[in-house]
Design a protein around this ligand. Structure first.
Ligand code: ATP
Length: 241
């Protein structure tokens, strides 16, 4: 489904942040992208979704394909229309408007009322907490609820591929579990997922495959179960040998 090939990205024309990264997300799978702070994970997501420009970044080499289609340097709205939605780090919901309005904003690239209403019903089904609070102003939701809302909003674009940037960041363990279960459910309903996580255990437990990024290069990749058992990974990313 998604294939990133030999990608190089620079910021400000000088800082080389991705140095020939290749990665693929097969249709129907969850792929975990791991790595320390500053390894380039967010940059990779930006390169896929066309969001490098506002950060003064650009692709200097390599390609991004969605299926057969070359989407290298496509603009953000086009990427969404082609079926990729992103949940950015830090739950950037619209705090001043209601849950309901946030969700509907997620469908901005779609036209069919009926289909939008179907997605809306599906999202509320997936997130009962959002159904209960749909008339609340989003800024009053708890951190966990805001993360659910950010995910729900992305689903309103009806993506074939969902990119999640650290969805468990700052959440209490119980909520991390909830996020994990939701990601599994979304995947089971047919959406492929690229999951960026500091929480390597959580990510590898639910992923089919994983990649480890270190200073802009893939240093390891393989089936998630293999990475979970890998000594180096346990030491560096899971905090135990
Ligand atoms: P984190 O988990 O901290 O977000 P990350 O793996 O997602 O880390 P990136 O955010 O992609 O890493 O950052 C990779 C490198 O690129 C870092 O060294 C960062 O300082 C640098 N960087 C990110 N954005 C910019 C920018 N707009 N201009 C210059 N350098 C940047």
């Amino acid at each position: 489904m998604l294939s990133v090939s030999n990608l190089e990205v620079v910021y400000d024309d000088v800082v080389l942040v991705l140095r020939g990264v290749s990665l693929s997300v097969p249709s129907g799978e969850i792929v975990a992208l791991l790595g320390a702070n500053g390894a380039g994970k967010t940059t990779l997501l930006r390169a896929v979704t066309g969001l490098l420009v506002p950060h003064r970044g650009k692709i200097t080499k390599g390609t991004v394909h969605l299926g057969e289609e070359d989407i290298t340097s496509a603009d953000p709205a086009e990427v969404v229309r082609k079926g990729i939605a992103q949940v950015m780090e830090g739950r950037r919901i619209f705090a001043e408007i209601t849950v309901d309005e946030n969700l509907r904003a997620g469908a901005y690239t779609r036209r069919s009322r009926t289909e939008i209403n179907e997605s809306y019903a599906r999202v509320l089904d997936l997130f009962p907490v959002l159904a209960r609070r749909r008339r609340s102003v989003a800024g009053y939701l708890s951190g966990g609820e805001q993360q659910m809302l950010a995910i729900g909003r992305a689903l309103m674009a009806q993506p074939r591929l969902l990119l999640l940037d650290e969805p468990s960041l700052g959440l209490a363990p119980k909520l991390v579990e909830q996020v994990r279960d939701i990601v599994v459910q979304i995947n089971q309903q047919g959406t492929s997922v690229l999951l960026v996580e500091q929480n390597a255990v959580m990510a590898l437990e639910i992923a089919h495959r994983g990649y480890v990024l270190e200073t802009g290069k893939v240093v390891k990749d393989g089936p998630a179960a293999e990475l979970l058992a890998d000594e180096d990974i346990r030491e560096f990313y899971l905090g135990s040998a």
